[in-house]
Design a protein around this ligand. Structure first.
Ligand code: HEC
Ligand code: HEC
Length: 300
């Protein structure tokens, strides 16, 4: 420890420390810094007194104001729930056409429908409604089995397809493998392939050996030109969109022993507002139509 003395250059005192003749100046913290520091401590004390702050395992000290972030969250959630309940009641009451005509409600329904779709429909119809080839139809194109108007889509979602409920959409394609020879079935499959206007045999398809069987057995559901029939959920066979695949052997397999898609009736699981939101969402995915069912694909 050296002697405390005044530094002749700065006029400040030294600390008395000295190393090889180098002496350390006593430089006190500036006043403003001290004030900020004291104010911070005062603030912390007031904070700890008023608000929950010191963690105690699964709790924290309760502040004098009784405020907790959780209470605040509850209050906010309550507000959201009330707003949502009002919107739900409104959606449940209105006609689908009224919902889509109102921009604000339509947006609300679309967003609600999208999240409900992620929970209820995605496992079959895919994340964006793109479907899964060979199993579940795409909902984003304008190729509809049962119809693409708001009412048609609502019915498909509410009552489902080929399930055990009374009002489900229902039609079964017969298993032709039980009454026809393999060769006859292959002939009619060739005729089905010729229904597509881009097929080289399209113009002369009436001369194909399968033509007669198609007229007799298939046209009642699928239409004389294979354009599909929505009363039976019978797909359009003349376009490039296939539910169960457009290869010859896939078509033959479907005719021998048809696969029949089943969809649950969501009216039994979800409330009316949610069904309507889903309808608006699916309708907006890309293939929504204005016409009511019955106006078949032939009109498109
Ligand atoms: C278990 C699988 C499954 C689930 C879950 C499912 N679907 Fe489907 N959905 C199907 C099948 C299979 C079909 C086609 C039935 C057929 O072959 O006619 C279908 C058809 C449809 C159709 C008719 C399509 C058309 O072309 O006419 C709509 C609309 C539809 N689904 C919407 C939904 C919505 C919305 C949800 C969720 C609320 C949903 N689906 C959940 C299996 C499912
Ligand atoms: C009672 C009505 C009905 C009759 C009759 C019928 N079908 Fe179908 N057919 C359907 C339905 C419904 C589907 C769709 C099945 C599904 O959605 O799961 C279908 C699907 C198909 C498919 C699959 C289409 C695709 O997109 O993958 C082919 C191919 C087909 N039918 C060919 C025929 C042929 C050929 C005949 C006559 C020998 C015939 N159908 C008779 C109702 C019928």
């Amino acid at each position: 420890m050296g002697k405390i003395e005044r530094d002749p250059i700065t006029g400040q005192y030294t600390t008395g420390h000295q190393w090889n003749g180098i002496r350390e100046l006593r430089t006190p913290v500036p006043i403003w810094w001290m004030l900020v520091w004291i104010a911070s401590i005062a603030f912390a004390l007031v904070y700890v007194y008023l608000l929950p702050s010191i963690p105690l395992g699964d709790r924290t000290t309760a502040g004098a104001t009784g405020y907790t972030a959780r209470l605040n969250l509850e209050a906010e959630l309550d507000a959201v729930r009330t707003a949502r309940a009002e919107a739900s009641a409104q959606l449940a009451e209105l006609e689908l056409s009224e919902i889509v005509a109102d921009e604000e409600l339509a947006t609300l329904a679309f967003n609600g429908g999208r999240s409900a779709f992620g929970v209820n429909c995605m496992q079959c119809h895919g994340a964006g409604g793109g479907g899964q080839i060979g199993q579940f139809p795409s909902l984003i194109d304008d190729d509809w089995l049962w119809g693409g108007s708001l009412e048609d889509i609502w019915y498909s979602i509410n009552h489902g397809i080929r399930n055990e409920t009374l009002d489900a959409r229902f039609a079964l394609m017969p298993a032709y493998g039980d009454f026809y020879e393999q060769a006859e079935i292959e002939d009619v499959a060739d005729y089905v392939l010729a229904l597509n206007p881009s097929s080289p045999e399209h113009a002369t398809r009436d001369q194909l050996p399968g033509a007669e069987m198609f007229d007799l057995e298939c046209s009642a559901c699928h239409g004389v030109n294979g354009e599909g029939g929505r009363d039976f959920g019978a797909p359009n066979l003349s376009d490039a969109v296939w539910l169960y695949g457009g290869e010859r052997e896939e078509i033959v397999a479907q005719i021998i022993n048809p696969r029949m898609g089943v969809m649950p009736a969501f009216g039994e699981r979800l409330d009316e507002a949610t069904i309507k939101m889903l309808t608006v969402y699916v309708h907006a995915l890309g293939g929504g139509e204005d016409v009511a069912s019955g106006e078949t694909a032939a009109l498109q």
